[in-house]
Design a protein around this ligand. Structure first.
Ligand code: NOJ
Length: 590
């Protein structure tokens, strides 16, 4: 907050600000035909589950036709459904079933790249075809020596030295064309050429087609990569660059999104969520998601990069100060204009409780604490499937158990080049970082394969499903699952809903090493949230000099606590609190 943030600025209502989003990774949600792969009928089967949980919007990861080099993020046809997942009729039935329950649906929009099996790219391999210019083809540079491992003609180095986000060069040589094409992700994911107006038209028309089918918005994949830097667009061969982050927020980015907004989104009441790579400054963020910006909100990566090293197997220690700082930056940065997305996990991230909590002794407590955080910061909260039962990382033991290109490609390269000698040397890091942790099947019950499939699952089911599963969680009134429901009820249907959604955020004792506390304020309503990120008891308080009220005069009414409403949590003075390991409390201050 700044002193000038007014209640009017805070209370700028929108349905998607008041909603809770549940993300479904279809491949791993529920399989109905026994092929070991989740499918759309499987989601339909669980519609009442989603309704009971109480979520408002489903974000569905890509379900379009795809050869699955990157599990559907390599799209071969934007207007069809992948066979493994079902048919367009199934999808329509899913949409109706959601809408009947008052749940909205947003679809993944992956338009930085297509699959190399998309007919645009197949045609693009003919330099005379109109489709050739749908992609980014460049000449290589004269080999100045020293380049190894680049698969192209011997006397040529790739157009520049960018490394793809999945490891290896970001350019692939095409023998038929005699040129290189850009792929910021896998070789099978060629980048589209957004400089070409025909590409933009095709994409905008495709978006309208889905909106006309009745969807409620899009989650836009790596959307701030669309505009490539001048070093590539204006030069052939490009100017050399090793800095692949030059592709973030390129020179025409704002223009492309503004046009998309004006042409496709502006006249419809839809939700537009942009995934944004890189460390973004607030001015750029507000240009994208501020009141006059083209998008509703964004995903940034600040907090999920804290514990990653440079390589997929390298980890970093994070502290509460790091985590709080990264959220503070966005809470304050978008306080007056713009809107945050609050997530701690998704299909690209390890499980939140294994990462930011304690998946051993305090699994239940810490999973509830993290849920409290997600639901009480200012922004739209996201639940990734399985978080509501506290699913944990998977105990991977060999490279064969992994399925993800982002894990497998760089590890294979490093093993081949000798950079790493043995899988065991990096096992710990991969277990911590790999996206596959998120992708193991949803744990519905304690039966074989956790009730996910009758067949052989495409990726291992976590052995802890005998204990951690939906059936057990629903039967236990004190479970993480019921706690999520209580949080949702508070946020959506209580006297404090408005302050919980729209209230101003003010952090307390910003350097406390164990406890993160904050006050949310809207008009006369005030909430205090206090969270102990430690395996031991911690003490905290409301420092008088940090707030504009007198804590001694306040009564603290407990709204929710992950240890239950016992005396320790209810019988308190508003000034000071002794919190148990991983304890989370929400108070209304009066
Ligand atoms: C971000 C998606 O979330 C991720 O799963 C995918 O691999 C990349 N974008 C490339 O599309």
């Amino acid at each position: 907050m700044t002193a000038s943030t007014t209640d009017e600025q805070l209370l700028d209502r929108a349905w998607w600000k008041e909603s809770v989003i549940y993300q479904i990774y279809p491949r791993s949600f529920n399989d109905t035909n026994g092929d070991g792969i989740g499918d759309i009928p499987g989601i339909i089967e669980k519609l009442d589950y989603l309704d009971d949980l109480g979520v408002d919007i489903i974000w569905l990861n890509p379900v379009y036709e795809s050869p699955n080099a990157d599990n559907g993020y390599d799209i071969a046809d934007y207007q069809s459904i992948m066979d493994e997942f079902g048919t367009m009729e199934d999808w329509e039935q899913l949409l109706d079933g959601l809408h009947d329950r008052d749940i909205k649906l947003i679809m993944d929009l992956v338009v930085n790249h297509t699959s190399d099996e998309h007919e645009w790219f197949v045609n693009a391999r003919d330099p005379d075809s109109d489709y050739h210019d749908y992609y980014i083809w460049k000449n290589g540079r004269a080999d100045v020596g020293g380049f190894t491992g680049h698969l192209g003609p011997e006397d040529e180095a790739p157009p520049n030295e960018w490394e793809s986000f999945f490891g290896g060069p970001a350019w692939a040589y095409d023998e038929d064309v005699g040129k290189w094409y850009l792929h910021l992700f896998d070789e099978k994911q060629p980048d589209l050429n957004w400089e070409n107006p025909d590409v933009r038209d095709e994409i905008f028309e495709m978006m309208e087609w889905w909106l006309d089918k009745g969807i409620d918005g899009f989650r836009m994949d790596v959307i701030n990569l669309l505009s490539k830097p001048d070093s590539v667009t204006k030069h052939d061969p490009p100017l050399n660059s090793t800095e692949v982050w030059e592709t973030f927020d390129g020179p025409r980015m704002q223009e492309f999104l503004d046009t998309m907004h004006d042409r496709v989104l502006a006249d419809r009441d839809v939700f537009a969520l942009g995934e944004m790579m890189g460390r973004m400054d607030m001015e750029t963020a507000i240009d994208y998601v501020g009141r006059d910006g083209p998008l509703s909100t964004l995903f940034h990566f600040d907090h999920v990069l804290l514990d990653h090293g440079g390589e997929i197997w390298e980890t970093n220690e994070w502290t509460l100060n790091d985590l709080r700082d990264s959220f503070n930056r966005w809470q304050y940065g978008l306080a007056e204009d713009g809107w945050n997305s609050i997530y701690l996990s998704n299909h690209d991230q390890p499980r939140l409780v294994s990462r930011f909590g304690n998946d051993g002794e305090y699994r239940e407590e810490s999973a509830k604490l993290l849920a409290t955080l997600i639901f009480t910061l200012r922004g739209t909260p996201y639940i990734f499937q399985g978080a509501e039962i506290g699913m944990t990382n998977y105990p991977f033991d060999s490279l064969d158990e992994f399925r993800d290109v982002e894990t497998i490609n760089p590890v294979r390269n490093a093993l081949e080049s000798g950079e790493i000698e043995d899988f065991d040397d990096i096992k710990h890091g991969l277990r911590h970082n790999s996206r596959d942790n998120a992708r193991t099947p949803m744990q519905w019950d304690d039966s074989e394969h956790a009730g996910f499939t009758d067949g052989e699952p495409w990726i291992g089911v976590n052995p802890n499903h005998d204990e951690i599963n939906v059936e057990a969680a629903r039967d236990d009134e004190d479970s993480i699952w019921h706690y999520y429901r209580e949080l949702m009820e508070l946020r959506k249907d209580s006297d404090v809903s408005d302050v919980m959604v729209y209230g101003d955020y003010e952090v307390l004792i910003n350097d406390h090493e164990e406890v993160w506390s904050y006050v949310r304020t809207l008009g006369d309503e005030r909430l205090l949230v206090t969270l102990n990120f430690a395996e031991f008891e911690s003490h905290t308080w409301i420092p008088e000099y940090e707030v504009d009220f007198n804590p001694h005069d306040m009564e603290a009414e407990l709204l929710l606590c992950n240890y239950g409403a016992d005396e320790r949590a209810t019988d308190v003075d508003a000034e000071a609190f002794d919190l148990r390991p991983w304890e989370a409390r929400i108070y209304r201050l009066k």
